[in-house]
Design a binder for this molecule. Structure first.
Ligand SMILES: *Cc1c(COP(=O)(O)O)cnc(C)c1O
Length: 436
């Protein structure tokens, strides 16, 4: 299968090329040339299958022509070495807990799959034996998922750039304590400074000639497509309970997670419809209401991983539905919530059901409460463990949030980082001295 760019001005790419490139040369996003459908027999038996078995069938349908089955099986089982349980919250709502991975957020799934796939393609490249250097700028969560996904992957070195003093202690410990092939760089500046350093590195002629460079942000096809796996898994676990007519609610920021669900539906997954839950950053909500897309600056909120003013995967949604607003709103309904509403939902839910939501999952849960019609049952994606936002969550729900042991383990490690000023020549010198 080949991948085309949503901007239509770049040559089609193989999977290997699209993974290494990230963004297409015309700055569009890669999309699969055709979206294969899964046979009815698969859906008939899906409730008998495990998460890993389901993910293997889906990934083989998507990537089977490019990657041999033994390698793909290995990548899938290593990616999903943790469970994704579906828990009942109330009579009509179930939580798909995507936070049981190493960094306690759903981004682990895409980041781990991408790391293993990139490692595979790099080993296959017999003409160029250099290491691949992954540069990633982070405001917190992406850096930890990517660094942990790539930890110990042969032939790949990761540089995580983050704004010094502007990420939480928990987040910082998740990418500065790893060592091995992970280098953390604390930049004396903002997230935008980190992103500018990374962009400059990709544009620098000398660096591009001397080093193999790539990015690992969420627009990468190898991070985005594997997120479809757990939508099939959610359907399977609901079918096991004899529940049909499922509506899936997704807390949305860059829209990568939602778009992966839409791809699953296009592959045949019988989901009734999707709900896109926004915080106050509501450009997608407004687009659904009006058909007009007006990107803007992001506003900081309680659910900060969804603070996006110009979601990158919006281009993929438009492309998937041939820019047809009616077709898009037939599959997706939108909701938007203020911080006060998110807090209220978190408090009410723990009081009435005993279930502790994180602020991101809370938007999606509330959207089910507001959006489910009689007879429908909802699944919402719980995208992060509430302990990741301990300082914010505790005063909202008036209770202590315990830190899971695997999160505590990071916090007990020794932090190591190089501190740089946001000055490109310093960053370039550092790369030339340390990268291979
Ligand atoms: C990244 C993130 C989101 C938003 O996902 P998108 O794919 O960007 O829409 C939601 N919740 C959490 C916890 C996240 O880290």
């Amino acid at each position: 299968m080949l991948y085309y760019s949503t901007n239509g001005q770049a040559p089609k790419a193989t999977l290997g090329e699209a993974v290494v490139a990230g963004l297409a040369p015309d700055r569009g996003l890669y999309m699969p040339e055709s979206i294969p459908t899964l046979p009815a027999a698969f859906f008939n038996n899906i409730d008998q299958m495990s998460l890993v078995d389901i993910a293997y069938v889906v990934s083989n349908t998507l990537f089977g022509k490019e990657i041999d089955s033994a390698t793909l099986k290995d990548i899938v089982s290593k990616t999903l070495s943790f469970d994704i349980p579906l828990k009942k919250v109330d009579d009509r709502s179930y939580s798909l807990e995507l936070f049981h991975g190493p960094t306690l957020a759903f981004k682990d799934v895409g980041a781990r799959f991408m790391a293993l796939l990139l490692g595979h393609f790099n080993r296959q490249d017999k003409t160029d034996k250099r290491e691949v250097n992954v540069l990633v700028a982070t405001s917190g969560d992406t850096g930890s998922a990517v660094a942990n996904g790539f930890l110990g992957v042969d032939g790949v070195h990761v540089y995580v750039l983050y704004p010094k003093g502007k990420v939480s202690n928990i987040q910082e410990s998740q990418f500065t304590t790893l060592g091995h092939n992970i280098t953390a760089i604390a930049v004396r500046g903002t997230f935008d400074d980190c992103q500018a350093l990374v962009k400059n590195a990709f544009m620098d002629q000398e660096l591009r000639e001397k080093l193999k460079l790539t990015s690992a942000n969420s627009i990468n096809i190898a991070r985005f497509l594997p997120q479809s796996f757990y939508y099939f898994h959610a359907y399977a676990r609901m079918k096991e309970k004899g529940i049909k007519d499922v509506v899936i609610s997704v807390p949305s920021g860059n829209l990568g997670n939602l778009t992966a669900g839409l791809i699953a539906k296009r592959m045949g997954l019988p989901v009734k419809r999707f709900i896109a839950a926004n915080n106050r950053n509501d450009v997608f909500f407004k687009y659904l209401q009006t058909g007009v897309y007006t990107p803007t600056h992001s506003i900081p909120t309680l659910a900060n991983a969804m603070d996006v003013g110009d979601p990158s995967n919006f281009a993929r949604i438009l492309d998937l539905y041939s820019h047809n607003h009616d077709a898009i709103t037939a599959d997706i309904t939108g909701y938007t919530y203020t911080d006060a509403q998110i807090e209220e939902t978190m408090r009410r839910t723990i009081d009435t059901t005993g279930y502790l939501l994180d602020p991101h999952g809370a938007t999606a849960y509330q959207a089910l409460q507001d959006g489910l019609k009689p007879g429908e049952t909802g699944v919402f994606l719980e995208t992060a463990h509430p302990a990741k936002f301990k300082e914010k969550v505790e005063p909202i729900v008036y209770q202590i949030v315990n830190i899971p042991p695997r999160l505590q383990a990071f916090m007990d490690g020794k932090k190591e980082m190089t501190t740089l000023r946001p000055y490109f020549p310093s960053f370039k010198k550092f790369l030339l001295e340390t990268a291979r």
